[in-house]
Design a protein around this ligand. Structure first.
Ligand code: NAD
Length: 495
């Protein structure tokens, strides 16, 4: 059962490593080649996973293609019931799932328990329920030629779903649920750095009674598996979440093949703090927006613009709050855990060094952390605050994706809007002010997909989610996911 596999995987260790297998046609299949998956909190081998290639990618697509014919004809009620059963299996195993996500990703256990796993369950239930209530327009025409026009929505076909390592099951379930609820069949490619909870989700879907071939998963790298999936002629649709560089590459591969594509990519999100902001209320939210999940959320604040008139007061209160953010063993209750990999650790640390070279001043953190005991070899970084950088510095323009924020002053709303919009990214932004007209006028002028005002990360799945410019193409969530995963057909009938 799912819970037995989950328990066995939690016992995996450098001495006795388990291996994760592909899931094709409801069979768990081994490959000859393998890759290592490291626990970022210890730096040690956690488990092995398949290292797949074109052959496995092609076979998974063929399995999904075979299953499409019958799955696309099933009723929404039936598809919904399977998603609901899978959600229940995940919920019954919430604590173990959270522990697995924490060990695989590096995030604190409390966070995986409070956010990642509950959100996976919510994603499955949301789309299982919303598919039952979806309606499309119809129009009755009167004379001179009486008739009826109506719309039907067809699933698109085989969908390839590619996800990143920062919110592994949270983001993959946000794609799987709407894709299969609407009658598509899928091949998933989770990040090779964080495949564990996706593997358990495959077991949960299998246990929930999902027919073979409807959901398949191929493990391995983007270059060796992802690209073959994207370019396979039998794939109709690609839904990608990850970096801008890879998103653009996928777009360039998929566009000539005319595949429907949705891209959720990187960000360099601004937070704007106006003089009227209620600082005691705002600061906990702002600090959280900078550092939660070690800054590894695409929506994290990384450029913080504070009005000149309150800059000093803001900075001292911000630093007070940020100092409360402990870093350490993700299973110890520390506020921040490990960053996801050695490569990522080196990248974030290199940006802190670049900031100093660019004239920035590190006023908090800036160092790695080496906890005593079992996490001694893990990848930990202090929450880091940098001031004094210019807008054209690399740290103010490039995505760092770690616990690092740059704080700079501004003088007028007109100026700060221009500066906030002055990067190639456009994912999200945050505005703090007690003046509703000011909030509205700033929010209207920001070229991003989401603006949070006097809050951060308040997400409702009914609302569209996505980015502008180099942060994305298309929207996910609610109706937008249901629309993306279907094709409309207008039928006109003379009566
Ligand atoms: P990444 O682009 O390196 O990898 C994402 C996925 O793409 C992985 O599964 C990877 O194996 C696969 N991949 C890599 N090369 C590929 C190729 N040539 N063809 C097909 N697939 C390929 O991103 P990452 O480092 O895993 O994740 C971090 C990035 O994701 C950050 O930039 C972050 O902002 C972004 N992100 C965006 C959102 C959003 O909703 N906009 C959400 C989370 C993360």
């Amino acid at each position: 059962s799912t819970s037995t596999v989950l328990k066995r995987l939690l016992e995996s260790s450098a001495q006795f490593p388990v291996k994760l297998h592909n899931f094709i046609d409801n069979e768990f299949e081994n490959t000859k080649e393998k890759m290592e998956s490291i626990n970022p909190a210890t730096g040690e081998l956690f488990f092995y996973l398949n290292r797949s290639g074109k052959n496995e990618a092609d076979r998974a697509v063929q399995a999904a293609k075979r299953a499409f014919e019958s799955w696309s004809e099933t009723s929404p009620q039936y598809r919904s019931s399977i998603l609901l059963k899978a959600a229940q299996i995940i919920e019954d195993n919430l604590d173990d799932m959270a522990l697995l996500e924490s060990r695989d990703q590096g995030k604190p256990l409390w966070l995986a328990k409070a956010v990642d796993i509950p959100r996976c369950i919510h994603n499955l239930r949301y789309f299982a329920n919303s598919i039952l209530h979806h309606t499309d327009p119809s129009i009755l025409h009167h004379s001179p030629t009486p008739g009826l026009s109506y719309v039907v929505r067809d699933p698109v076909g085989v969908a390839v779903l590619i996800s990143p390592w920062n919110l592994p099951i949270y983001l993959l379930s946000f794609k799987i649920a709407p894709a299969i609820a609407t009658g598509n069949t899928v091949v998933c490619k989770p990040s090779e750095l964080t495949s564990a909870t996706a593997y358990i989700l495959m077991h949960a879907l299998f246990e929930a009674g999902l027919p073979k071939g409807v959901v398949n998963m191929v493990l391995g790298t983007g270059a060796e598996v992802g690209e073959h999936l994207v370019t396979n002629p039998d794939v109709a649709l690609v839904s990608f979440t990850g970096s801008t560089v890879i998103g653009k590459k996928i777009a360039s591969l998929a566009a000539p093949l005319n595949k429907k594509t949705s891209l959720e990519m990187g960000g360099k999100n601004a937070c704007i703090v106006c003089p009227s902001a209620d600082l005691p209320k705002a600061i906990p939210d702002i600090v959280r927006s900078c550092f939660i999940n070690q800054g590894e959320v695409c929506l994290c604040t990384s450029r913080l613009f504070v009005h000149q008139s309150i800059f000093d007061q803001f900075l001292s209160q911000f630093l007070e709050e940020a100092k409360q953010y402990s870093v350490g063993d993700p299973e110890s209750g520390a506020k921040l855990g490990a960053v996801n990999s050695k490569v990522h650790f080196d990248k974030v640390m290199s940006y802190i060094k670049i900031a100093s070279e660019e004239g920035g001043k590190v006023v908090l953190g800036g160092e790695s952390v080496q906890p005593e005991g079992r996490c001694n070899g893990g990848y930990f970084i202090q929450p880091t605050v940098i001031v004094g950088l210019s807008d054209d510095s690399r740290c103010m323009r490039e995505e760092i994706f770690g616990p690092v924020v740059c704080i700079v002053p501004f003088q007028s709303n007109e100026e700060v809007i221009k500066r906030a919009n002055g990067t190639p990214y456009g994912l999200s932004a945050t505005v703090f002010s007690q003046n509703v007209n000011e909030i509205h006028s700033i929010a209207r002028s920001l070229r991003v997909g989401t603006v949070w005002c006097n809050t951060w990360m308040l997400r409702d799945l009914n609302m569209p989610f996505g980015g502008t410019k180099d942060s994305g193409m298309g929207r996910e969530g609610g109706e937008d996911s249901l629309h993306f995963f279907t094709e409309q057909k207008t039928i006109c009938l003379r009566i």
